[in-house]
Ligand binder design. Structure first.
Ligand SMILES: *[C@@H]1O[C@H](CO)[C@@H](O)[C@H](O)[C@H]1NC(C)=O
Ligand SMILES: *[C@@H]1O[C@H](CO)[C@@H](O)[C@H](O)[C@H]1NC(C)=O
Ligand SMILES: *[C@@H]1O[C@H](CO)[C@@H](O)[C@H](O)[C@H]1NC(C)=O
Ligand SMILES: *[C@@H]1O[C@H](CO)[C@@H](O)[C@H](O)[C@H]1NC(C)=O
Ligand SMILES: *[C@@H]1O[C@H](CO)[C@@H](O)[C@H](O)[C@H]1NC(C)=O
Ligand SMILES: *[C@@H]1O[C@H](CO)[C@@H](O)[C@H](O)[C@H]1NC(C)=O
Ligand SMILES: *[C@@H]1O[C@H](CO)[C@@H](O)[C@H](O)[C@H]1NC(C)=O
Ligand SMILES: *[C@@H]1O[C@H](CO)[C@@H](O)[C@H](O)[C@H]1NC(C)=O
Ligand SMILES: *[C@@H]1O[C@H](CO)[C@@H](O)[C@H](O)[C@H]1NC(C)=O
Length: 550
């Protein structure tokens, strides 16, 4: 976190600039950021790379510091003897092995008016903590590193990790009850080391630092949830947001939970953005957004893509935050370095092709009109149809031959037709070939697939039964009208269909493609996929040249 980190990154950006200058993209990129300064947004690694290693551990900081573009965040806590340590929670038992080493150390204190029970750093001298090790605080993350690393002192972090430093002081008034002065500690650190940012949710604490820290140190006021009360003014954070110019008198920036900017509904859908980024910029304040992680339930609007979330905050055409506080710094760095300010006109992806899987099946039920439309909008080069056949011999797109898997058949009048067909699977199903196309199209609804439903990662619930089923002919007609480089048709169970249903699926697919006129569009590929090589051989014997047999 010393100065050399800066020097390197300045050199790095100079080099980058030189490389970019000759291209037309450079100028466009240079002015593209709608941050207060016009620079790219900052990335702040919360407790280092805490998505992987325990928050505030040595490897978490080293791993994040290996990329000099991210700043290192330390939540400062004080020990009884006034030594600063970095720890994500005021309760040490949340993130360390303290309760094993000091089984009788549990205490109850009031922290900002709220009673808290646990193990607190103020009860231990720094030497007592020598053998205490860090644990992950988020239990869904790997336990691989639990108990492997000792606590990191603030001074070690400041002197050893070569990256911009961000010190967050959450509970100044708590420490003063123990005659510990957080203010003196922070001032002494900022005299000895480069401290780039100091944040706190307490107005009086930040005000006490104004004019006392170096001019390059940014003081950042941290907003907590809207309903909580700021201890020194007695106002809620929600009401303080309405008077940002008063914050400008003691801070150069604010840090807000990300939902202040893009609120979400209780069922996790994104609402329109608020004006808080513009309001902050108008008041002359930088604005940093907090609470980013790749492995927490993202709003369904992001389709489980953390990059999409970062881009909403930095590249939405209207505003850009000045920094992102994250457990996974590498992802916003990618968003900033590789995925922002791209030309939105449809890009030629080149190789490799992007092929959809049952359309955009993460967002809509498999193989429906909406899934295919979304796949095209998302930029797929090739869309795919898994061909099944109905009782009346119509080829349709359906990701499973068993309607139980991907339709509402279980709650329909056809549920009683469930039976075991051992050639296909051992458990009872209702098969596409047992219902006519009319039965399926008029009486059933599609059902979104949920491969990770058991671990509560459900796909977009509002779209659970959205969209219409597609016949192969509907699929071909749609594909023909879109700017795609090809289609992929998947055929399974060909021998079952031939022997038990008397249906020649290979001939039917070839005929449907011919009838649609699709294969006459020479630039477009038809790819055929099967797990049975005999099926592919048959396609090869019968098919026209433009088919690509995979
Ligand atoms: C830490 O552990 C070592 C080895 O078990 C022991 O000798 C030492 O006294 C312990 N230190 C503290 C402060 O508990
Ligand atoms: C630690 O605290 C955080 C924040 O309150 C909480 O989300 C998490 O579940 C806690 N972890 C443990 C292991 O208690
Ligand atoms: C803090 O200092 C005051 C005055 O010196 C003293 O009365 C008080 O007991 C001290 N409190 C603690 C928790 O050490
Ligand atoms: C804050 O409000 C509480 C209750 O309304 C009151 O007791 C306290 O004195 C107030 N503190 C300040 C700093 O205004
Ligand atoms: C906002 O804060 C400033 C400075 O503290 C104060 O002068 C002003 O009256 C406040 N405005 C409102 C609307 O509360
Ligand atoms: C998020 O998705 C929902 C459901 O599709 C939609 O109604 C809403 O407008 C989306 N939010 C934003 C900000 O685009
Ligand atoms: C985006 O790319 C298209 C096609 O290459 C070009 O015509 C257009 O001017 C570009 N737009 C911008 C904003 O650079
Ligand atoms: C489903 O179709 C298969 C093949 O034609 C047939 O053997 C089976 O009896 C049918 N099942 C029902 C419930 O109609
Ligand atoms: C593959 O297809 C051939 C001919 O259609 C058939 O005889 C064979 O059983 C199939 N193999 C599998 C594993 O389904």
């Amino acid at each position: 976190m010393g100065r050399s980190g800066h020097a390197c990154s300045v050199l790095g950006s100079l080099l980058l600039l030189l490389l970019l200058l000759p291209g037309p993209a450079a100028a466009q990129k240079g002015s593209a950021w709608k941050t207060l300064s016009g620079d790219a947004p900052a990335v702040i690694a919360k407790g280092g790379f805490s998505g992987l290693f325990p928050d505030s551990s040595d490897p978490a900081y080293l791993f994040a510091a290996s990329n000099q573009d991210s700043a290192q965040w330390c939540d400062v806590r004080l020990t009884k003897d006034g030594v600063g340590i970095c720890l994500p929670d005021i309760k040490m038992d949340n993130c360390t092995t303290i309760s094993d080493l000091f089984p009788k150390g549990k205490k109850t204190y009031r922290v900002n008016g709220v009673s808290m029970t646990g193990w607190f750093s103020v009860d231990y001298n720094s030497i007592d903590l020598t053998n205490v090790t860090l644990l992950r605080a988020i239990l869904s993350r790997t336990n691989r590193f639990d108990g492997s690393f000792t606590l990191v002192q603030v001074e070690v972090a400041l002197s050893q990790y070569k990256a911009p430093a961000w010190l967050n002081v959450q509970h100044d008034s708590f420490y003063s009850q123990f005659n510990l002065s957080m203010r003196s500690y922070i001032l002494s650190m900022s005299k000895q080391y480069t401290v780039d940012y100091i944040s706190s949710p307490e107005v009086s604490f930040l005000k006490s630092l104004v004019g006392r820290v170096g001019r390059k140190t940014k003081l950042v006021f941290r907003f907590l949830d809207e309903g909580l009360v700021e201890p020194s003014t007695n106002q809620t954070y929600g009401s303080m947001l309405k008077n940002l110019s008063s914050i400008k008198t003691f801070a150069s920036g604010i840090l807000v939970p990300k939902h202040y900017i893009w609120p979400v509904t209780a069922d996790n859908y994104l609402q329109p953005s608020t004006s808080v980024v513009d309001d902050a910029h108008k008041a002359g304040l930088e604005i940093y957004a907090a609470d980013f992680a790749n492995d927490f339930a993202l709003s369904y609007n992001y389709s489980y893509d953390p990059l999409a979330e970062y881009l909403r905050f930095i590249d939405n055409g209207a505003f850009c935050v000045d920094g992102l506080l994250t457990d996974f710094p590498i992802t916003p760095l990618e968003a900033i370095g590789c995925f922002s300010n791209l030309n939105n006109t449809k890009a030629d992806h080149g190789a490799p092709l992007v092929i959809s899987h049952n359309g955009a099946s993460g967002d809509y039920p498999d193989c429906t009109d909406l899934a295919y439309q979304k796949a095209v909008v998302d930029g797929a080069d090739v869309i795919d149809c898994d061909v099944q056949v109905t009782k009346d011999g119509i080829p349709i797109c359906m990701s499973s031959i068993d309607l139980m898997d991907v339709t509402t058949v279980a709650s329909s009048q056809f549920a009683s037709q469930a039976g075991v067909i051992s050639d296909i699977k051992a458990v009872a199903g209702v098969y596409t070939f047992n219902l006519t196309w009319e039965d399926i199209a008029n009486n059933l609804k599609p059902m979104i697939s949920n491969p990770f439903g058991q671990i509560s990662l459900s796909r977009n619930p509002r779209n659970r039964n959205a969209g219409k089923f597609m016949r192969l002919s509907d699929f071909l007609a749609f594909a023909k009208g879109e700017d795609l480089s090809g289609i992929m048709i998947t055929v399974e169970h060909a021998s079952f269909m031939a022997e038990k249903l008397g249906f020649g699926v290979v001939d039917a697919v070839i005929k449907a493609v011919d009838d649609s006129g699709y294969s006459k569009q020479t630039a477009k590929k038809v790819m055929i996929q099967s797990t049975n090589s005999s099926t592919l051989v048959k396609f090869k014997q019968l098919a026209f040249q433009s088919m690509c047999i995979c």
